[in-house]
Design a binder for this molecule. Structure first.
Ligand SMILES: [Zn+2]
Length: 476
């Protein structure tokens, strides 16, 4: 049998054209399993053929309408035709693009100027859904792999290369960089937001030191809302604090949201929360604190006591150390400090009878002072972890660490040999975050909407022109 696919194109004013799009031969006498149904190649040919038919027809129809002035209904002058190449998901299409003379009574020119209606619609020569598809794929796999993938499934991709994919992806990244979207759910202003920030390193392309640079990543969460990830490279944003503030204010929908910042003490991220334009509650990450206490418990448990005094000291120290965790968990800091003080005194007044026991005591002494310094440095960030956990609120930056894995490691570090420029990494991270947050199409739509809005002074000027054109010419 023969399969002939024809497209029937009906214009808005009822003109019908039928064009053959593709033709497939399926001889009946050859029972070949390959010839059952359409193959991938047939599918590609069909889609590309359809696109080649649809776009010129659409262009002609639109230009026909566009030639008539929407205000005075006069047909404007057709100057000439140019060729316009448009990249689409189903191949590159070359169309005849007319150049028209605009009517002086019509926006946006209010003048007689030569313009191309098609270039106005597709200024980039690539349709937005192609940009979206390529950047969405590039957020998840290396640029070269995107090319391989697209060549596998889509028609008209023979000339596609990784540089085009990279440039388009970074362009999308630049567009959505400054756009923050509010979550769909309506939230009460009392909603408490938790933000945890952590950094991940990627290899830099520049030969200057340091060879790698940090991408700050984080996760923003509140109960009842899908957590959102975000990322940025410090040198690529004017102010990190401003960026975080904008993100928090948009998500919470208020100028001064209720925010808890979870930090892990020694992190470079720590000072950011002090620069935010609204008060935030800093919280010291429970995990490193808990690890320090665990270490103390292990040391006291592993002490090798020979004499009765040593055994007694060991039991005493071990008992105090196991109580420490409870004290911190329930925010009994004075009690915890008392315990640390007592243990420190014990370590210093007890004379060990064996070198091993003395070594353990010295070790414990050192670790106790370390813990003391750690909590003294972050006195204000200690909270009642028990209460927070009961309320199902985060107590650890583990959620930021998982964001690092999600955003950076999966695409930019692990097994990837690629080196990055700070700009490239920053913009790709924006796309990747938008893909993970599932708001890339919405962010791009917000960008196009913003772009189509004219600046206020220009729209005012155009309004004046419109009014001028509407008035009858005054006799002198
Ligand atoms: Zn007109």
């Amino acid at each position: 049998m023969k399969i002939v696919v024809r497209a029937e194109l009906v214009t808005d004013w009822g003109e019908t054209t039928i064009i053959e799009v593709a033709r497939f031969d399926r001889p009946v006498q050859l029972p070949d399993p390959e010839s059952i149904g359409l193959s991938l190649a047939d599918g590609k040919q069909l889609l590309s053929g359809l696109q080649q038919v649809v776009i010129p027809a659409q262009a002609d129809e639109y230009c026909e309408i566009r030639r008539v002035c929407s205000h005075c209904q006069r047909q404007t002058q057709l100057k000439d035709y140019r060729r316009l190449t448009i990249d689409t998901v189903f191949g590159t299409v070359s169309v005849r693009s007319p150049r028209l003379m605009s009517c002086p009574c019509e926006p946006p020119f209010y003048l007689e100027v030569l313009f191309s209606p098609l270039s106005q619609i597709i200024p980039e020569r690539a349709v937005p859904n192609l940009l979206l598809l390529q950047s969405r794929l590039a957020a998840q796999m290396p640029y070269r792999q995107v090319v391989v993938m697209m060549k596998e499934f889509l028609p008209g991709t023979e000339k596609l290369n990784h540089v085009t994919v990279r440039n388009r992806t970074l362009r999308v990244g630049a567009r959505i960089d400054a756009i923050e979207l509010a979550p769909g759910e309506a939230l009460s202003p009392d909603t408490e937001w938790s933000i945890a920030v952590d950094g991940g390193f990627v290899r830099g392309r520049e030969k200057v030191r340091p060879a790698s640079f940090e991408i700050l990543t984080g996760r923003l969460a509140a109960s009842g809302v899908k957590p959102r990830v975000f990322a940025c490279v410090r040198s690529e944003v004017p102010s990190i604090a401003d960026k975080f503030a904008a993100l928090l204010q948009t998500c919470a929908g208020t100028r001064s949201p209720k925010v808890c910042v979870i930090t892990d003490g020694g992190n470079s991220v720590q000072s950011i929360h002090r620069q935010l334009p609204f008060p935030v509650t800093p919280i010291l990450d429970w995990f490193p604190l808990s690890m320090r206490i665990r270490n103390l418990e292990q040391i006291s448990q592993g002490m090798q006591a020979w004499s009765e005094t040593e055994t007694h000291t060991k039991n005493l120290l071990h008992r105090e150390m196991t109580k420490l965790r409870w004290c911190f968990w329930h925010a009994r800091f004075e009690k915890a400090k008392d315990k640390i003080r007592q243990a420190l005194v014990l370590c210093r007044i007890i004379v060990a009878e064996t070198p091993a026991f003395e070594e353990s005591m010295r070790h414990l002494d050192y670790r106790l002072r370390d813990l003391w310094a750690y909590i003294e440095g972050d006195k204000t960030s200690l909270v009642t972890y028990a209460k927070r956990q009961k309320a199902n609120k985060p107590i650890s930056t583990a959620m930021a660490e998982s964001a690092v894995n999600q955003i950076i490691n999966a695409r930019m570090c692990k097994r990837q040999q690629m080196r990055w420029t700070t700009r490239g990494a920053h913009l790709l991270a924006q796309v990747r975050c938008a893909v993970i947050n599932d708001d890339l199409p919405a962010k791009l739509a917000a960008y196009y909407k913003k772009k189509s809005e004219l600046p206020e002074h220009i729209s005012r000027f155009l309004e004046l022109l419109r009014r001028g054109a509407a008035q009858e010419p005054q006799p002198f």
